[in-house]
Design a protein around this ligand. Structure first.
Ligand SMILES: O=c1[nH]cnc2c1ncn2[C@@H]1O[C@H](COP(=O)(O)OP(=O)(O)O)[C@@H](O)[C@H]1O
Ligand SMILES: [Ca+2]
Length: 441
């Protein structure tokens, strides 16, 4: 149902507007590569005649501000676009700043959420020239953290942010603050990665798939080549949208509760939103004899490792396999496609020393498995400084296989491409600017 509504919404962007904007994207991508990061020397239009409608006509410089209210943190992305008269816009720069914890951490003290939002807005004020503030769209989209909160609590947080946004000097519409649905999240990230890797200009060119592992939810999005994939997908796992005179039918699904932090809780045997009241959560994935506290979604849990028996990796994988049992749809086709992985896939690979923290790299499912076995083995002797690493790597190893990836499958891990964060934020900004442009017609 959600995906159906989503597809309609995407269609509702308007076919003509979509074609226009994506022709612009494609030309922009082609033109922008050499310009990435090189913003100096570009004349900035600062006249008072600037107005919102002029965004795609007269302006030589414009900006878009996207807040990502994730379950573990809030991040601002400030995108700078340049556009010469009668030419297509180019993405020339991104400014990024992240704060922890996520917005959902303030569910019981909404006023406290203001400080972080205001701090990030200050970054935008520094970055965007003052005379462009009132033409610069400001948007916040929340993901799993707010999806997992009771509706009323989430709404209060959104209302607070909206109040702050409306008092800001930026351009805000009524829809400036919202909870994004999981399919939009996956599609937006898919657009980002295919845009940044230059695959959006040619529908014949093989697109790449996208895997995002957040704190609360995880997404898989790809463009199936086999009709069978679409036909055999469960309801709600496919969606379509119009792009560059082409209808893209994507496989996109977001698993709420299978983000890494939510998965930890499930593996520990806890229930989201319910304190365990003095009771200890004992896990076969934690180092034997290890005892500590773990905070998740504002609740502090007492946690403990199970007594040594089986090797840690063995006992942990049994638990993880049970936790994931029948929760994830295996799409056969994924093994024939190239995928980029984001967020915690990247962070945990970097923490385990599998990739360079800055440069990223390429890894197979087996690499995660070998690292999991190695880390779990070392933890049998000493918990070390990352007591969750055995659990996290084991979970990633199993999740990837549950999603249908064979052990030999290689993934690309990139935090940034051309100095732009690989996240759903850029794709979602495209959509938003597109919807603003539509208002002109
Ligand atoms: O734009 C980004 N740049 C770098 N890392 C990001 C970005 N967005 C999310 N992450 C990473 O995502 C993970 C947390 O996911 P998040 O808090 O977004 O949960 P959610 O997507 O389930 O709401 C962390 O590893 C965080 O570093
Ligand atoms: Ca996220």
């Amino acid at each position: 149902m959600e995906a159906m509504k989503m597809s309609k919404r995407f269609f509702a962007f308007g076919i003509s507007a979509c074609i226009a904007i994506y022709v612009a994207y494609i030309k922009w991508r082609l033109d922008s590569k050499p310009l990435m990061g090189a913003t100096e020397g570009i004349a900035e239009s600062r006249g008072d005649k600037l107005n919102h409608q002029a965004m795609t006509t007269d302006l030589s410089v414009f900006y878009g501000i996207m807040f990502d209210a994730g379950s573990t943190g809030t991040r601002i992305h400030i995108f700078k676009f340049t556009q010469q008269p009668r030419e297509t816009p180019k993405l020339t720069h991104e400014t990024f700043k992240a704060l922890k914890p996520g917005l959902s951490a303030y569910a019981d003290d909404v006023e406290k959420s203001a400080q972080g939002i205001e701090e990030l807005l200050e970054v935008a004020k520094k970055e965007v020239p003052m005379e462009l503030w009132k033409f610069t769209p400001l948007v916040l989209k929340a993901t799993a953290g707010l999806r997992l909160l009771p509706g009323e609590k989430a709404q209060k947080l959104l209302d607070k942010v909206k109040e702050i946004f409306q008092a800001s000097p930026f351009f805000v519409r009524d829809d400036c603050v919202s909870i994004m649905n999981g399919t939009d999240e996956g599609i937006s990230a898919w657009i980002t990665i295919n845009f940044l890797t230059g695959r959006l200009d040619d529908p014949q060119k093989r697109s790449v798939g996208m895997l995002d592992l957040g704190g609360g939810s995880t997404q898989i999005t790809f463009l199936p080549r086999a009709e069978e994939t679409l036909q055999t997908s469960p309801a709600g796992h496919t969606t379509s949208f119009q792009m560059f005179n082409h209808t893209y039918k994507l496989y996109s699904y977001s698993y709420l509760g299978l983000g890494l932090m939510s998965a930890r809780l499930a593996i520990l045997g806890g229930v989201e939103g319910k304190p365990s009241e003095g009771e200890e959560l004992i896990s076969p994935c934690l180092p034997p004899g290890f005892k500590s506290e773990w905070q998740h979604a504002e609740i502090v849990y007492k946690i403990k490792g199970q007594k040594a028996g089986e090797p840690l990796y063995e006992s942990c994988s049994n638990k993880v396999a049970k936790m994931l049992y029948k929760k994830v749809h295996k799409a056969e086709e994924v093994k024939d496609l190239d995928f980029y992985t984001f967020s915690y896939y990247y962070d945990r690979a970097a923490e385990a020393g599998l990739i360079d923290k800055e440069k990223g790299g390429s890894l197979t499912v087996s690499d995660f498995e070998i690292a999991a076995k190695y880390v779990c083995k070392t933890m049998e002797i000493s918990p070390g400084s990352s007591p969750f690493l055995c659990m996290d790597l084991t979970y990633i190893t199993f999740l990837l296989q549950e999603l249908g990836f064979p052990k030999s499958q290689a993934f690309k891990l990139a935090r940034k491409i051309n100095n732009v964060e690989t996240s759903w934020a850029l794709g979602a900004t495209f959509h938003y600017i597109d919807s603003l442009n539509r208002l002109q017609y």
